[in-house]
Design a protein around this ligand. Structure first.
Ligand code: SAH
Length: 559
């Protein structure tokens, strides 16, 4: 007899997401056995197959029927939504077979046809939330003791897994998700991103992005999969994203990476890897034993740091460590937990004493020297900025210390940088509040390309506002505006004067709109003057070519 059982996962529900093999399997079958709702979803793919559809708690009967039919020579497809091996029919079919002593050589052939499980289809609709270690937990306690489910939630939460909750809630099972949320909140912050996907790739598809604290305020039902982010997951532009960890080694917004390709897999560049962790453990050895933080505390520390990194624009770049590692590596299993140890990375940012204030106090200089230490460096840039690069395990400690001294910290790279004059040592102070407001609203904003705003407090414009991407000059109680200097190169030219006499209550809003437009429409890496030339009109100001009409050979850096 040529009977056969195929257990077919047909994916989330739309015909586009069924595998080719699953479609073939349905076609090859004489008989389709499945839960009624599922049969309805694939009925369009059937021709003359006999269909046996049963109710929700009839899984065992379905599996038994499939075995019986196959043994009588029928080719049977037992269908599951998603993947048949993930809370589907595959295991049950095998269990029924095992019960009657089936083996592959003596019994009917069995083929398990894989499908796209809800964790994958729902993740795709949310963005990329399961980029890192993830697990699935079904909250259904019909067949599993609640105590065990709670234990698994606890374990997954404490180990910082991204968690996909299947069967989160039904008409009768309403408390499980509430208890689950409580457990999760013990380990994860209230604002942990959570995605709720109902009926992925089906007619009533509904996607909600919320937080761990607020998730129960939304509809969660039998057709919902709940995806709980880990401590690094974030929302961006309506996407839920879990970083893979690239930011530990790479500066994602930069073209030039701090680690060159040949350095990227070197031991020193991976202080968090098992070998290095064991080595450090061995090195620190006994005296710290009693005080060694638990794995959980380590995870908390690491996650706090990553959330700061997400929040702050100060870039936190991992780079080669100067640490020498002992060759003799320890092997204690406890030390493996130390993989959570926060890593030493290079904190990189610009520091200035203020928007208008150009003077550093002795105390500020002492504090700078302390935090930079012997391993860090201070570079004085062409733009009157001190660029600090400091290897550290704790970026926040450094930024807090410097901010406490009244220093202004700004990110570097493709961000907005405000360059104000010293307002004649504070004597011409009228326009300082406007400069401060621009710094507060726009300073450090990420842009397609670095953009400098020059702000000068009088018509002398001695700090060169007219030579910046955007120049603002305060004169006779009003503002003059300059746009689009070409700030570097042999054909550098000043910005175009576009307006005079702008009222003080209009200047900040106007500059904000100009910058927002550049942010929204500028091409990656496009300098502001090129952007102005391309879009021709900004806020009613028309571009004029300010370059000198002679041709000079372009020169590359260093030529
Ligand atoms: N075998 C299926 C899971 C069956 S358990 C799979 O691999 O996806 C049933 C649970 O799966 C539902 O309660 C829901 O949490 C999830 N699920 C299945 N299909 C889904 C879909 N299209 N959209 C959202 N969640 C789905």
């Amino acid at each position: 007899m040529s009977g056969k059982i195929m257990v077919v996962g047909f994916g989330p529900g739309h015909a586009d997401h069924i595998t080719e093999r699953a479609k073939q399997a349905l076609q090859e079958s004489d008989m389709i056995i499945g839960y009624k709702t599922y049969v309805d979803l694939i009925v369009g793919l059937l021709s003359d197959q006999q269909v046996i559809s049963t109710g929700m708690t009839e899984e065992v009967a379905r599996a038994q029927e499939a075995v019986r039919q196959a043994e009588q020579g029928k080719v049977v497809a037992v269908i599951s939504s998603g993947d048949s091996g993930v809370y589907g029919m595959a295991g049950l079919v095998y269990e029924v077979l095992v019960e009657q002593g089936w083996t592959e050589t003596t019994g009917v052939p069995v083929e398990i046809v894989p499908g796209i499980s809800a964790i994958n289809s729902c993740a795709a609709l949310l963005g990329a939330p399961i980029m890192h270690d993830a697990c699935t937990i079904s909250l259904s306690d019909h067949l599993t003791p609640w105590e065990l489910i709670a234990k698994r939630v606890e374990a997954a939460a404490s180990a910082d897994f991204v968690i996909a909750l299947y069967n989160p809630r039904s008409g009768r099972r309403t408390r499980q998700i509430i208890e689950t949320q409580k457990i999760l909140l013990k380990y994860r912050s209230a604002d942990t991103p959570v995605g709720l996907v109902k009926s992925a790739y089906r007619d009533r598809q509904h996607v909600v992005m919320t937080t761990l604290a607020e998730m129960l305020e939304h509809d969660i039902g039998m057709l919902t999969t709940v995806i709980i982010g880990n401590s690094t997951t974030f929302f961006y532009d309506n996407k839920m994203i879990t970083p893979r960890g690239y930011q530990r080694k790479y500066t994602l917004g930069a073209k030039e990476q701090p680690l060159k390709p040949h350095q990227r897999l070197q031991k020193e560049a991976e202080p968090w890897a098992l070998e290095q962790t064991l080595a450090t453990e061995e090195n620190e050895n006994t005296e710290v034993k009693g005080e060694t933080p638990s794995a959980l505390e380590m995870a908390m520390l690491a996650s706090q740091k990553v959330s700061q990194m997400k929040g702050e624009a100060v870039s936190y770049v991992a780079a080669t460590m100067e640490k020498t590692l002992p060759q003799d590596l320890g092997t204690s299993p406890a030390s493996m937990l130390e993989a959570y140890r926060p890593q030493e990375s290079i904190l990189e940012f610009a520091v200035s004493p203020g928007v208008a204030n150009k003077k550093l106090s002795a105390q500020q200089m002492i504090r700078l020297a302390e935090v930079v230490g012997e391993k860090g460096s201070i570079e004085y840039s062409p733009h009157h900025q001190m660029i600090l690069r400091i290897p550290t395990y704790d970026p926040q400690e450094i930024t807090t210390l410097l901010e406490a001294e009244g220093l202004i910290l700004s990110p570097i790279g493709d961000v907005l940088q405000m360059k104000a004059c010293d307002f004649c040592d504070g004597e011409k102070a009228d326009s300082i509040p406007h400069a401060d407001e621009i710094q507060e609203k726009l300073g450090g904003m990420e842009l397609p390309k670095e953009l400098r705003i020059g702000f000068n407090g009088c018509g002398m414009a001695c700090y060169g506002a007219v030579n910046e991407d955007i120049g603002i000059v305060y004169r006779k109680g009003k503002f003059d505006l300059f746009l689009g200097a070409k700030t570097v190169g042999r054909n550098a030219h000043p910005a175009q004067p576009v307006a005079e006499g702008i009222e003080p209550d209009e200047i900040v809003g106007l500059v904000e709109r100009i910058v927002q437009r550049f942010k929204a429409e500028g091409h990656p890496n496009e300098r502001f003057h090129k952007f102005f030339k391309r879009v021709k009109v900004i806020e009613g100001y028309t571009y004029q070519d300010m370059s000198i009409p002679i041709s000079i050979e372009p020169a590359l850096c260093g030529d």
